[in-house]
Design a protein around this ligand. Structure first.
Ligand code: ATP
Ligand code: MG
Length: 562
């Protein structure tokens, strides 16, 4: 593999070993073909990204094919908007599928023909039991199921009833088509699974053409076979479905892909289940599927997370056969690593207080050269304006600071980044004792921020010229769920773990001119604070969303001494 910019090394995994072995043994009668088969019933999340990268990489590494196939078998929960958003999100990851977008619904005709074939050969029957009865009679892990009284209908009667179902002669829920396998099988998936159910519902792709719809298990393997997928890669929970997958394909005598299961991605503090996300959406507490606190790809994009960081997380986690929970901090680390290399630096002050350089002439301004990215000299420099009054962070001043507080305090010298060395001479307070101005003198020989005599000044603080500063609203985003294991909670309980501090809105921030324009295009770094992206959902307002904070060395020291 050629090295790609910004990507970490990827270790060899069992799926790659298996594919290599299949290629070596000459067992494959076509190019390595993989697919990503989402159901368009929600937005994609970072767990899906793991599957997308894995499947598309496997195809690319082996000069094979990678299909995007919508598993669109349930018109009641699917929409064309989800079909669209999923394609947008996959492209945003930098992944391109081969050929046209595929749909399981594109195979409905073939699937139906195959169903008739199973019926004719006595492998499937029409059952009049209700869904509840079917569930009751399915048995449990320790108890076998019981046969339906309709199980022994003749193939002729079953065929007639199936056609009536297809022709719309029976109401929703009145009948289903089931495979006739084994109600005593230790694998519950083999206890006469349902193939078709009746739903008089309009489908986003096939319109009113069908009123019976295939179940996931019936559509999935046969769609893989039609597309001649060589390696059908899915997450571990489908391992129990593999015998059924094979049973259908064996009965039909058609091409049979190899199903391989790997561990799904789970992240602490994050919900990665569409069905749970759907419930959260319905509660209306969030902005929508692209809420920047969500693990959806649309949410991560809006928050300013670069796709490379997602790819690197997936590479670092790797492809394994045991489920593990990945710490969200690991993801945040990947985001910082990437943005540290790429993000332009800007200065902005979230909680501004005025710093007056009393020795600096009134009415004068200066332009100082600032580095855009110390990690990447090709990003060049810019000129930032300076004048007698600048905004600095309130937290960068203390009345009685401990020794290791290398910032502003009366008598201490600090560096205003790219500008001057200043010594704090005093503060002005309001009637409540709150600091409203910090007064300093500057060393005129320190222009640019270096001491002419080489004296050591440990603290460097950021600032913004009050004459040119632009106001902004800043959203400090944090984990949506306080509990690290919230992702495992049931749909009903998950919002019990909602973190009320997950979005702290700071009004009255002051940023360098041009910051918002830059942050609309790409994620930027506000020096010493964190990474930020302009909110694409607020195109007319100056809103910055915090992608991730920078690690704060002072906080670390504080925590250590605490
Ligand atoms: P969800 O619970 O989010 O709805 P799903 O499996 O029902 O997940 P699908 O649209 O059916 O959603 O998923 C499409 C593909 O993405 C499947 O092959 C599935 O195995 C894979 N996938 C889903 N979630 C994850 C995850 N967290 N990690 C890795 N792969 C995943
Ligand atoms: Mg699914």
């Amino acid at each position: 593999m050629p090295h790609e910019a910004g990507l970490v090394e990827r270790p060899e995994d069992f799926i790659r070993q298996r594919i290599r072995a299949d290629l070596d043994s000459g067992n494959l009668d076509g190019p390595v073909t993989t697919r990503f088969p989402p159901e368009p019933n929600g937005f994609l999340h970072i767990g899906h990204a793991k599957s997308i990268f894995l499947n598309s990489d496997l195809a690319r590494e082996n000069n094979g094919r990678f299909n995007l196939r919508f598993d669109d078998t349930n018109p009641l929960t699917e929409t064309p908007e989800f079909v669209e958003s999923m394609q947008t999100d996959i492209r945003w990851l930098g992944v391109q599928w081969d050929g046209t977008v595929k749909f399981a619904s594109g195979y409905f005709e073939q699937l139906y023909e195959w169903a008739e074939e199973l019926v004719r050969r006595g492998h499937a029957y029409v059952d009049d039991l209700s869904a509840d009865r079917i569930r009751e009679m399915r048995g449990t892990l320790t108890e076998p199921g019981r046969n339906s009284p309709f199980r022994d209908r003749s193939p002729e009667e079953n065929l007639r009833l199936l056609r009536e179902m297809k022709d719309g002669l029976h109401p929703d829920g009145s009948k289903v088509l089931r495979a006739r396998i084994d109600m005593a099988s230790p694998n519950i998936n083999l206890r006469d699974p349902v193939l078709y159910r009746i739903a008089h519902a309009r489908h986003h792709q096939t319109g009113d053409q069908w009123c019976i719809y295939p179940m996931y298990d019936w559509a999935h393997g046969q769609s893989d076979s039609i597309e001649r997928v060589t390696h059908s890669i899915c997450t571990l929970e489908f391992a129990d479905h593999n015998p059924l997958y094979q049973w259908f394909l064996d009965r039909l005598g058609v091409y049979k892909p190899i199903q391989l299961e790997f561990a799904r991605l789970e992240l602490t503090h994050t919900v990665l289940h569409k069905r749970v996300l759907r419930r959260i959406m319905a509660k209306g507490l969030l902005d929508g599927w692209d809420d920047p606190r969500l693990g959806t790809l649309a949410g991560l994009r809006r928050r300013g997370v670069p796709p490379v960081a997602i790819r690197n997380l997936c590479r670092q986690v790797g492809v394994a056969r045991a489920n593990t929970m990945v710490e969200i901090q690991k993801f945040e680390h990947c985001i910082r690593e990437e943005l540290n290399q790429t993000a332009r630096r800007r200065m902005g002050v979230l909680d501004p207080v005025k710093l007056v350089v009393t020795t600096y002439p009134e009415g004068e301004t200066d332009l100082l050269e600032a580095v855009n990215n110390p990690e990447d000299s090709s990003q060049g420099t810019r000129m930032v304006s300076f004048s007698r009054e600048v905004w600095v962070e309130r937290a960068d001043y203390m009345d009685d600071p401990p020794r290791r507080f290398h910032r502003l305090a009366v008598g201490r010298e600090v560096r205003l980044r790219y500008a001057w060395l200043v010594i704090c001479t005093g503060v002005v307070r309001d009637s409540d004792g709150r600091v409203v101005e910090i007064h300093c003198t500057h060393d005129p020989a320190s222009r640019g921020g270096t001491a002419p005599d080489g004296r050591k000044v440990r603290g460097t603080i950021h600032w913004v010229d009050s004459r040119t500063a632009v106001p902004a609203e800043v959203h400090l985003l944090d984990h949506l769920f306080a509990d690290p294991n919230a992702g495992q909670a049931s749909p009903d309980e998950v919002m019990d773990h909602f973190n009320p501090d997950s979005r702290r809105i700071v009004t009255g921030a002051q940023v360098e001119p041009g910051t918002l324009e830059d942050a609309r295009a790409d994620t930027i770094q506000l020096e010493r604070i964190g990474y930020f992206k302009a909110d694409s959902a607020a195109p007319d307002r100056p809103v910055l969303l915090r992608t991730v904070p920078l690690r704060d060395s002072w906080k670390k020291i504080q925590n250590k001494t605490a």
